[in-house]
Design a protein around this ligand. Structure first.
Ligand code: LLP
Length: 422
């Protein structure tokens, strides 16, 4: 579906045929649609209507500077989880006053950088982290705005590796301990409690777990208010799923409406931290078939993208649709294992795909905009893929293909003292 559609047997992104990008830029190559990114953001934004809100794009989903800049221009805030992501957001023109800093293991130097930048809020996940943040803030003579990330213990009903809101997960402060920790945090001189936060998991395809978590958060919010704590914002995290193939997740509008309905007349600013839902379906990974290999048991399509480029299938057994860039009506359809060149049995992009393929054909791996490039690696000394942004009928290279020189630039061979080597 839009923004990647077939027109006369060719797959287009907006007004650009994807085979043209493969010819000009080469493969593997991530391709994003500016219009699709903007539309996804605007769907969330519009759904809030007149309510005081802030959408904090979860940078980890795709941290390319061009994408961050696009969202910043649309008014987006950002959810970051490292000093590196902070630098990216600032470099891309993001407003520090719209940044929330999440994550279980913030280092003191990262806290300092975020205090210097003047971010909107730290989402703190433990008592030790509160103490550390207070100490760091005192050293730099600042007051750190704080929200506690509470674990509401709801079942997100998603893949166990990306579910975060159950009490056995490492994330957040146990629901039962939240009130006492809020009470305690008032005693820190260099902290200012401003909000309440949760995040229950990713790729959720139903509203019920969100509603359950939101209900619990509101209950807690009301109790904290009665105890005299001023809570200015409620951050409900990210997690809204997208359609990879068969799923039918709620729309951004239905999701936001459901949350706002529950929040009702409460005055707090509402924050959400969507990642995947903003970028996932706005990107594809273009790859070329290198070899076809037929054995009596299996047909393999060996392509030039691999698990190092898109890790989700290998890591979560995630399903991404794989479609031809030029579709053939007369081809010989076979069932293929679509695999990469990396030396691991787990290096696959899709299992049992019915495709009519010839060597040299181009394929598009769909829904690859989120947690694709951002989770890529250099395993097998494979330079990372190029990234391209389509804007109408124009294409912009937003990240050059990595070179082997860049990849080994930081490495040095020591002057050995071992006998026989000098
Ligand atoms: N906020 C926090 C605190 C998070 O930990 C995450 C994602 C998000 C927001 C954004 O969640 P989203 O809206 O994208 O679901 N690599 C996995 C997903 C890991 C998600 C980690 N946390 C994947 O490829 O499916």
């Amino acid at each position: 579906g839009w923004p990647f559609d077939y027109r006369s047997n060719r797959l287009w992104g907006e007004s650009v045929p994807l085979d043209r990008i493969a010819e000009e830029i080469g493969t593997p190559c991530y391709v994003y649609s500016r219009a699709a990114l903007a539309a996804a953001y605007e769907a969330f934004d519009a759904a809030f209507g007149g309510r005081d809100h802030l959408i904090c794009y979860a940078v980890k989903a795709n941290s390319n500077l061009a994408i961050l800049n696009l969202f910043a221009r649309l008014g987006s805030g950002f959810d970051i989880v490292s000093g590196g992501e902070l630098q990216r957001v600032l470099k891309a023109g993001g407003d520090p006053q719209k940044i929330v800093f999440s994550g279980v293991g913030k280092r003191p130097d990262e806290m300092r950088a975020a205090l210097d930048a003047g971010i909107f809020c730290f989402n703190v996940e433990s008592r030790s982290e509160l103490e550390m943040l207070d100490r760091v803030a005192r050293e730099v003579k600042k007051t750190a705005p704080v929200s506690l990330r509470v674990n509401p213990d709801v079942d997100a009903k998603t893949h166990p590796y990306i579910s975060t809101g159950l009490k056995e997960n490492k994330f957040g402060i146990p629901f039962e301990e939240a009130e006492s920790l809020y009470a305690l945090s008032r005693q820190f001189e260099n902290l200012r409690i401003t909000g309440l936060d949760c995040h229950i998991g990713s790729q959720l395809t139903e509203l019920a777990p969100f509603a359950e978590a939101c209900g619990k958060m509101l209950e807690l919010l009301d109790r904290l208010q009665t105890q005299g704590l001023e809570i200015d914002h409620l951050d409900l995290g990210g997690g809204l799923g997208i359609r990879y193939s068969g799923e039918s997740p709620p729309s951004a509008r239905d999701y936001v409406n459901a949350l706002c309905g529950q929040i009702g007349q409460r005055k707090q600013r509402v924050l959400i931290e969507p990642g995947r839902a903003l970028v996932g379906n706005a990107g594809v990974l273009l790859t070329r078939v290198e070899y076809l290999k037929h054995s009596p048991h299996r047909n393999f399509a060996i392509v030039d993208a691999a698990m190092n480029d898109l890790m989700r299938p290998a890591l979560y057994d995630a399903h991404h649709e794989i479609v031809p860039v030029i579709s053939k009506n007369d081809g010989n359809v076979k069932t293929y294992q679509v695999v990469g060149p990396v030396c691991e049995t787990g290096d696959f992009l899709g299992h049992d795909r019915d495709l009519a393929l010839s060597e040299g054909d181009l394929l598009a791996i769909m829904s690859a905009g989120a947690y694709g490039m951002s989770m890529s690696s250099n395993y097998n000394t494979r330079p990372r893929a190029a990234e391209v942004m389509i804007d109408g009928d124009r294409i912009h290279v937003i990240r050059e293909r990595e070179s082997i020189d860049q990849l080994i630039a930081g490495e040095t061979i020591p002057s050995w003292r071992t006998a026989g080597l000098d």
